[in-house]
Design a protein around this ligand. Structure first.
Ligand code: GAP
Length: 456
């Protein structure tokens, strides 16, 4: 079976196609759907949960298997002074305007009709309130009393956990500068305009790394990290042609940043930020030292210098990366049906095997017990090494298509000949090529295949 020509491949052009696939195949569901859903909140179903875990694992391993980076798992709730020191209480705000006619609330700093004509984007009315600053942090109360003294915030970024633990981690891990701290965890922002599926939500997961460096070497490290992060994104299968780097103008920098830029991805709804790479200078450590009264410095034994390190941050949303991975993996091909030979549309999620929710699926050719039992035994054996699927309903052609649509790199067909020759057919997702191999060699075959995988 030959591969279809590039020009007969259609990529994802509208997000709704992906949203439907994600729901139909159990990747992502709307939160609380039976109650009509909760705006911009999403649940990951069986395949989505696997995909998410794989995306986190590749990020975590790429970071913490380096000698110069260690991991952290910090609490979501932090001392309220953290947010005073970090600047989030005073400056993590969006300017909002209310329309007195239709009651629409919108951001005044990025709404075209307001910026050009001072008009409501919904009804065109000019009867509007003045812009008011709205803090994006979710507030709640700790303990039984609901008063100003018990207010705590759901963290809007994981990064502050890295800063407040800087000294604990540096002294216990005995890392010398330059070194980094990596963490994965939930963050919350009361976004005014969430949307585009899992792109911008109010509850999301971040994968952030703070790299502590000697002042003066920061710009060089900023360059290094933006290269490293670009390479990482390509290494998990994202097409470099759909990535670009956008450097922030000086007047668009976040309150803590000395220099910042984003790696952007070309989503079906346009180029958007995927990952931020920021030079946060010594802003956070200096602020926390000031507010906590604890010195947060580094002593360089070799040069006998004492200084507050500068920080280069890499920050990516796990959910946003999953959306990029899904968009990038999606393709439709016109290709002959594997049973009838007639031209047919095949939908494939061409995941890199590291992120694919299932690595292999076992497909017994018949439901007869004489095939089911050994096929299930093979399934259980391979489940020791791989996330695995098992499908015994409908024609083999339909089952191949189902596995293609969820991105399983290998299908293993167990047929009646397998009982005698102790061989199975391994079918490859991307080429649809088939190999007949010994059952005893299947695990090795898949291991080698996944390691040397060459995704399209
Ligand atoms: N600690 C720095 C920081 O949080 P950011 O640019 O605000 O920087 C970093 O966020 C990354 O987190 C973004 O590039 C994006 O991938 C993800 N992110 C931010 N807000 C998000 C949201 N509302 N929904 C999903 N992902 C979000």
């Amino acid at each position: 079976m030959s591969q279809p020509a590039e020009n007969s491949i259609k990529r994802l052009t509208d997000l709704q196609t992906l949203v439907s696939l994600c729901k139909r195949r159990g990747f992502v569901f709307q939160s609380s759907e039976i109650y009509g859903g909760l705006g911009s909140c999403w649940d990951y179903g069986p395949l989505g949960a696997n995909l998410k875990r794989n995306v986190k694992n590749v990020w975590w391993n790429a970071m913490t298997r380096r000698e110069d980076i260690v991991g952290l798992d910090a609490a979501i709730l932090m001392h309220p002074m953290v947010w005073k020191a970090s600047g989030h209480i005073d400056t993590f705000t969006d300017p909002l305007v209310d329309c007195k006619s239709c009651k629409t609330r919108f951001r005044s700093d990025n709404t075209e009709s307001y910026l050009t004509k001072k008009q409501c984007p919904n009804c065109g009315s000019k009867d509007l309130t003045e812009p008011r600053l709205f803090n994006l942090m979710f507030k709640t109360f700790m303990g039984p009393t609901e008063d100003a003294n018990s207010v705590v915030y759901l963290r809007p970024e994981t990064a502050q956990g890295h800063f407040v633990n800087y000294e604990n981690i540096q002294t216990t891990s005995r890392k010398k500068i330059p070194f980094g701290i990596a963490a994965i965890g939930k963050s919350f922002r009361n976004e005014i305009t969430p949307g585009n599926f899992i792109f911008r939500t109010r509850e999301f997961e971040q994968m952030e790394m703070q790299y502590f460096v000697k002042p003066g070497t920061d710009m060089q490290w900023w360059e290094t990290w933006r290269e490293t992060r670009w390479q990482f994104l390509e290494s998990i299968g994202l097409n470099g042609k759909r990535l670009r780097f956008h450097e922030h103008a000086k007047d668009a920098l976040a309150h803590y940043a000395l220099k910042a830029g984003d790696i952007e991805y070309e989503f079906p709804f346009g180029w958007q930020e995927l990952e931020g790479i920021h030079n946060r200078s010594d802003f956070d450590l200096t602020q926390h030292a000031k507010f906590s009264g604890k010195k947060l410095e580094y002593f360089d034994e070799a040069s006998k210098e004492r200084y507050v390190p500068y920080v280069i941050e890499t920050a990516i949303g796990c959910d946003r990366l999953i959306l990029a991975v899904l968009c990038d993996a999606y393709r439709e091909e016109i290709t002959p049906d594997e049973e009838t030979g007639k031209p047919d549309v095949r939908v494939v999620l061409g995941f890199h095997p590291e992120t694919a929710p299932l690595k292999v699926a076992i497909l017994p050719l018949s439901k007869k017990a004489e095939l089911q039992e050994p096929a299930m035994a093979l399934r259980n054996e391979l489940a020791r090494d791989f996330d695995i699927g098992y499908d015994d309903s409908q024609s083999i052609g339909k089952r191949y298509r189902r596995q293609d649509e969820i991105g399983t790199p290998y299908c293993v067909t167990f047929d009646f000949d397998s009982l005698n020759d102790k061989k199975v057919t391994v079918r490859h997702r991307d080429t649809m090529k088939q190999d007949r191999i010994d059952i005893s060699q299947v695990a090795n075959y898949i291991h080698n295949g996944l390691r040397n995988f060459n995704a399209r």
